[in-house]
Design a protein around this ligand. Structure first.
Ligand SMILES: Cc1ncc(COP(=O)(O)O)c(C=O)c1O
Length: 411
């Protein structure tokens, strides 16, 4: 069916009117770091600062608001690992509908707690995959209305309202980059921007990327895999979202796990924004493809609901990916003075030692067995970036030490 028969810009405009006074018009922040990298203006649209911490309230509210009184009285049900759960819970409370949400037992505790705080009844099931059939079954048994996370015209129109705000906030925008999972957000924004000449690009985690192969094949294809970006870890595009994206989106690119971690760190450190990995995918795509799209570019930051412990881990990973953290295995003679010499050299090279560990037995792979009279010192260091880390490794090697960077550090 032609995309225009499925959803049009005027549906998104109607959703915008319905959402007035309900959702925040989130800030648009210029990004100096990305603008410099790209050679033209780049802005961040901060939906991580939206109510309930992501854009999801837009689609959930529009969908529930369009139910008739009898449907709303039967309550709503959803399946989600987090952001959709919170969006549905908050929207249902605002509209006076009872909400039941099926969540995986392993969902992040803050997301579980927030969903309950918004007044939803939470049912835990074993895995994320089991949540949707459980919600469907509940809907069949009780008559509650299933609120799909992306594949429904009202949900897509609600998410598309972000696109209308982008046009008002950056009227000369040339490209909008949007992270995508099931495709509701991407399809909605592309619909909002239809006919404006603005290019819309999707960004997906390479670890689980169903969109590029689906677009190539001309129909939705399921993919498997894993990613730290749990918000966009969706195995198959929706049928409606696929038709809209295929007709209206320029391309969907993928980003690596390291690029996602670097983008989370960059948002935190440079833009002072708390962003979850899925929410940083568009930032990662722009950082990885600095000359690919015309500017001004708007990168959508879609959500900020992340467990503080996961954030700590991500920041660490981001620092490793940016060359700012290094773990070096160094062999030194097991004699007094050698450790002090090693630490002095690292200090002279500008490395800040965070941790020192000694090993006389196993050793790290790559440097061979530890001989008698030798010891392996593992240094965890703060560095200033990839070049600095490589210079420290080279200088220690030149000084006669056998040195190896820990796995995954690209040295
Ligand atoms: C933070 C965040 N970003 C992006 C998405 C992707 O949205 P969609 O499934 O509509 O593509 C989600 C979905 O849950 C999300 O939580």
């Amino acid at each position: 069916m032609p995309a225009d028969r499925l959803l049009t810009r005027s549906d998104v405009e109607d959703a915008r009117r319905a959402l007035a006074g309900v959702v925040r018009r989130t800030p648009m922040e210029p990004s100096r770091v990305l603008s410099e990298a790209v050679g033209g203006p780049v802005h961040l649209k901060c939906e991580n600062l939206q109510r309930a911490g992501s854009f999801k309230i837009r689609g959930a509210y529009r969908r529930i608001q369009r139910l008739d009184d009898a449907e709303r009285a039967r309550g709503v049900v959803a399946a989600s690992a987090g952001n959709h759960a919170q969006g549905v819970a908050l929207a249902a409370r605002m509209l006076g509908a009872r909400a039941t949400v099926f969540m995986p037992a392993g969902a992040p505790l803050p997301k579980l707690a927030a969903t309950r705080d918004y007044g939803a009844h939470v049912e835990l099931v074993d895995t994320l995959d089991a949540t949707f059939p459980a919600a469907q079954d509940y809907a069949d048994r009780t008559g509650a209305v299933l609120i799909h996370p992306f594949d429904h015209p009202d949900v897509v129109a609600g998410q598309g309202t972000v696109g209308l705000e982008i046009l008002e906030q950056v009227p000369d925008v040339a490209t909008v980059v949007v992270c995508t999972g099931g495709g509701g957000l991407l399809a909605g924004i592309a619909t909002a921007l239809e006919g404006t000449g603005v290019g819309v690009v999707g960004a997906q985690a390479a670890g689980l990327a169903a969109w590029p192969a689906s677009l190539e094949a001309g129909h939705p294809i399921a993919a498997t895999g894993t990613t730290i970006a749990d918000g966009i870890a969706v195995g198959r595009p929706g049928d409606l979202t696929f038709a809209l994206v295929a007709a209206r989106v320029q391309e969907v690119v993928t980003v690596s796990e390291e690029a996602l971690a670097r983008a989370v760190l960059q948002c935190l450190e440079r833009a002072k924004l708390v962003v979850e990995p899925a929410g940083a995918a568009a930032v990662a795509a722009v950082a990885e493809n600095p000359r690919r799209w015309p500017t001004p570019i708007v990168a959508l930051v879609s959500g900020g609901n992340t467990d503080p412990l996961v954030l700590v881990d991500l920041v660490r990973r981001g620092m490793v990916a940016a060359g700012r953290y290094a773990t070096l295995h160094v062999r030194v003679p097991d004699r007094p003075g050698y450790l002090a010499d090693l630490l002095r050299r690292v200090g002279d090279l500008g490395g800040n030692v965070v941790d020192v560990a000694h090993d006389r037995l196993a050793g790290s792979p790559g440097l061979g067995p530890i001989g008698i009279g030798a010891v392996e010192v593992t240094l965890t260091l703060e560095a200033r970036g990839h070049d600095h880390r490589a210079r420290m490794t080279a200088a220690l090697t030149e000084a006669g030490y056998a040195v190896r960077a820990a796995e995954g550090q690209g040295l």
